[in-house]
Design a protein around this ligand. Structure first.
Ligand code: AGP
Length: 607
C-alpha cells in the first residue's frame, strides 16, 4: 500500500511530484505529502485525504519552490490518517525527509531505543524510526547512514530520502516493496509504479531487494546493500501514456472493463503458434511436468477467484489434482507440499504480501513455482522459478477487471499447454484452441448484448443484500461477481454454491430478496434451475445470467443478463463481464467512489 515518488532535475519539483502522486493514488488515498528542497531548505506540505487537497494547499505546487523532492500517498497502517502521520517525516535536526511504502516490523523496539537516546517523535507511524536512524548514523555521508539504517530495519520498505546537505540529490532504497527508477534528460525520477513515470520517460531501471540508488539530475548510481556500486540494465516501458489515462470514460473501472476484449487477446494471441499453445517462458518446466503430482494455486481476493475458475480447465484437461488455497491461509497451514508440487501463484500487482509469503513458504518446501503476474519486474515475478505475464496493461481501478480475466485466460492456456505436452489432450485440441481464440470476440458480445444493465442497477441498487448462486464453473464466477459488487457498491453481496442453499442459506430468502443466478454451465443447468424455482417460491426476485436461447431459465427468472454461447470450460471470462458492469452501475447509482473504494488499496503489500 502507499505510493512514493521522487524527482531531481531543473524543473520545479512540486508539480511533477503531485502529478506522480495522482497516478499512484490508487495505492492509498487517506493522506498525502511532499518535501521539496530549495537550496539547503526542505519544506514539507501535508494534508489529510486526497491528492486534490494537497494540490489545493500548494496551489498545484506553485507555492513550493525547488527542483528536488519526494512525495507520498498513504494507506494508513500505523496511526490514523492524520496530517501528523502523513509522510514525509522529518528528522529532529530538519536535515532529512523520508517517505516510505511498506511496514517496519521491529519499529516498536527501535522507537523505544531512539526515545531513550533523546529523539522526539511527531507521529504514530512505524516510518518515523527510519528518519531518526538516518540522523543518528549520519556522519557526513548519506550513503553510509542509509546502509547502517537499512541493517537495523526488519520488514518491507521502499524509501525515498532527501538531505538538506545535498541539494539536487534524492535517494531510493528498496527491500520487499516495489521501486522503479526513471531515466530522463537532465532529470531523474523514482516511483512505486511505472504509471507515475510514463509522462516523463519510458526508460526505467527496476531496483531489486537490498539495492539502493543515488539520483541527481545528471546521473543515477546504484549500490548493493554493502555499498558496492553495481551496473543494472535499463528497460523500456512498452505501453503509452494513454494506457494510464481514463480516455473519456467516467472511471478507470469502466475503461478497464471495456478494454477486456483487447487485454484477453493480448494475453492469448501471441502464445498461439501454428495452431498450438506455446509458452517460450516455460521451456524449462516442460521436462519437469511428468514429475508433477499436484498443482496448488494460491493468491488473494480476485486473483484467488481467478484460480478457482481456472482450476476446472486444469483438472479436466491435464488430469492432475488442483487445489486452490488462499495465500493468507496457506502461509500458516504447514502445507503438504514438496518437489512434486507445482505452485501457481496469481497476482495482478505482483506485490501482495500474503501471496509472496505463501510462495516463499512453498518454495522452501521444494515446490516449483510458476507466477501468473501482470506487473513486469514485480516481486512475485522475480521470485518465481517461471513467470508468465498476463499483459493486461496498467490496471488503475482498485477493483480488478481485466487483471482477473487475463489471469483466467492464462490459466486456460496453461491447461491446454500442459495437457498437450503431457500427451493428454484428446482429438479436439483444435476445437479447444478455437474456443480460446474466440474469447475476445465473445467478451465484446457480452458487453454489447446487455444494454439493460444500467436500468437493472436502478432496480437493485437499494437492496440490503444480494445473493449470487451457481454451481461448478458458475460458482467460481459467482464468488468474483459478489466481491465486485461489495467492494465498489458497499452492498452486502455473498456467493453460495447453489447446492448449499438448502443447508442453511435458504433461511435468509424472503419476499423480494434479490438472487443473482449464474446458469451458464449446461452440465449443472437443470440443478441450478431447481434452486431458482426454490428461491422464487419463497419470494426471491431472480436475476439470471444465461444464454439467449435458454428458454427454461428465461421463463423462470424475473430479469435477465446474457452471454453468447460458449464452452463452459472457458466461459468464466465471459460470464463475469455483465456482473462487472452490474456492480459498476449499482455503485454509480449509489454515488460511490468507484475507482477508489473506501478502506481499500490496489496492492496489499502488508499482511
Ligand atoms: C479485487 O478487485 C481486489 N482489488 C483484490 O481482491 C485483489 O484482487 C487482491 O488484493 C489481489 O491482488 P493482486 O492480484 O495484486 O495480488
Amino acid at each position: 500500500m502507499c505510493g512514493i515518488v521522487g524527482f531531481t532535475g531543473k524543473q520545479s519539483a512540486a508539480p511533477i511530484l503531485l502529478d506522480g502522486l495522482k497516478k499512484l493514488e490508487y495505492r492509498g488515498y487517506d493522506s498525502a505529502g511532499i518535501a521539496v528542497m530549495d537550496g539547503n531548505t526542505i519544506s514539507v506540505s501535508k494534508v489529510r485525504g486526497r491528492i486534490a487537497n494537497l494540490c489545493e494547499k500548494t496551489g498545484d505546487g506553485a507555492s513550493v519552490p525547488g527542483s528536488t523532492g519526494i512525495g507520498h500517498t498513504r494507506w494508513a497502517t500505523h496511526g490514523a490518517p492524520t496530517e501528523e502521520n502523513a509522510h514525509p517525516h522529518l528528522s529532529n535536526d530538519g536535515r532529512f525527509a523520508v517517505v516510505h511504502n511498506g511496514i517496519i516490523e521491529n519499529y516498536m523496539a527501535l522507537r523505544e531505543e531512539l526515545i531513550r537516546d533523546g529523539y522526539r517523535f511527531q507521529s504514530e507511524t512505524d516510518t518515523e524510526v527510519i528518519v531518526h536512524l538516518i540522523e543518528m548514523y549520519y556522519r557526513g555521508n548519506v550513503r553510509d547512514a542509509l546502509i547502517k539504517t537499512a541493517n537495523r530495519l526488519r520488514g518491507s520498505y521502499a524509501l525515498g530520502v532527501i538531505c538538506s546537505e545535498e541539494p539536487g540529490r534524492i535517494y531510493a532504497v528498496r527491500e520487499a516493496s516495489p521501486l522503479i527508477l526513471g531515466i530522463g534528460m537532465e532529470e531523474n525520477f523514482f516511483a512505486s509504479d511505472v504509471t507515475a513515470l510514463v509522462n516523463h520517460t519510458r526508460n526505467v531501471v527496476y531496483l531489486e531487494d537490498g539495492e539502493f540508488a543515488e539520483l541527481s539530475g545528471d546521473e543515477i548510481r546504484i549500490f548493493d546493500c554493502t555499498g558496492r556500486e553495481i551496473n543494472k540494465k535499463a528497460s523500456r516501458i512498452s505501453w503509452d501514456v494513454q494506457a494510464a489515462e481514463k480516455g473519456g470514460y467516467d472511471h478507470f473501472m469502466l475503461k478497464e472493463i471495456m478494454e477486456q476484449p483487447a487485454a484477453v487477446k493480448a494475453a492469448i494471441a501471441p502464445r498461439i503458434k501454428n495452431g498450438k499453445i506455446d509458452f517460450d517462458e516455460l521451456g524449462g518446466l516442460v521436462s519437469e511436468l511428468p514429475e508433477i503430482r499436484k498443482i496448488v494455486i494460491t493468491a488473494c481476493g480476485s486473483a484467488y477467484y481467478a484460480g478457482c475458475a481456472g482450476k476446472y480447465a486444469l483438472e479436466r484437461l491435464c488430469r492432475i489434482p488442483v487445489e486452490t488455497q488462499l495465500a493468507s491461509e496457506l502461509r500458516y497451514s504447514d502445507p503438504l507440499i514438496d518437489g512434486s508440487t507445482l505452485l501457481i501463484v496469481i497476482s495482478q500487482s505482483g506485490e501482495t504480501a500474503d501471496t509472496i509469503a505463501a510462495m516463499k513458504e512453498c518454495k522452501s518446501r521444494g515446490a516449483r513455482t510458476l507466477a501468473v503476474v501482470n506487473v513486469v519486474g514485480s516481486s512475485i515475478a522475480s521470485l518465481a522459478d517461471y513467470t508468465v505475464y498476463t499483459w493486461a496493461g496498467p490496471e488503475i481501478a482498485v477493483a480488478t477487471t481485466k487483471g482477473y480475466t487475463t489471469q483466467i485466460s492464462v490459466l486456460y492456456m496453461l491447461a491446454l499447454f500442459f495437457a498437450e505436452r503431457l500427451g493428454r489432450l484428446g482429438e479436439d485440441a483444435g476445437g479447444l484452441i478455437g474456443q480460446l481464440q474466440a474469447l475476445p470476440r465473445r467478451i465484446q458480445q457480452a458487453i454489447d448484448m446487455n444494454p439493460s444493465i444500467p436500468a437493472l442497477a436502478m432496480k437493485y441498487h437499494e437492496s440490503r443484500a444480494l445473493f449470487f448462486i451457481g454451481r461448478n464453473t458458475d460458482y467460481a464466477v459467482a464468488l468474483e461477481g459478489a466481491l465486485k459488487m461489495k467492494e465498489i457498491s458497499y452492498l452486502h453481496a455473498e456467493a453460495y454454491a447453489a447446492g448449499e442453499l438448502k443447508h442453511g442459506t435458504i433461511a435468509l430468502i424472503e419476499e423480494h430478496q434479490p438472487v443473482i443466478a449464474l446458469c451458464c454451465n449446461p452440465s449443472v443447468m437443470e440443478k441450478t434451475l431447481s434452486n431458482i424455482v426454490e428461491v422464487k417460491s419463497r419470494g426471491a426476485e431472480v436475476l439470471a445470467l444465461t444464454f439467449r436461447n435458454n428458454h427454461k431459465i428465461l421463463s423462470a427468472a424475473d430479469d435477465l443478463l446474457f452471454i453468447p454461447d460458449a464452452d463452459a470450460l472457458f466461459s468464466a471470462v465471459i460470464e463475469i463481464v455483465p456482473l462487472q458492469l452490474l456492480a459498476y452501475y449499482v455503485a454509480k447509482a449509489n454515488g460511490c467512489d468507484i475507482d477508489k473504494p473506501k478502506n481499500l488499496a490496489k496492492s496489499v503489500t502488508v499482511e
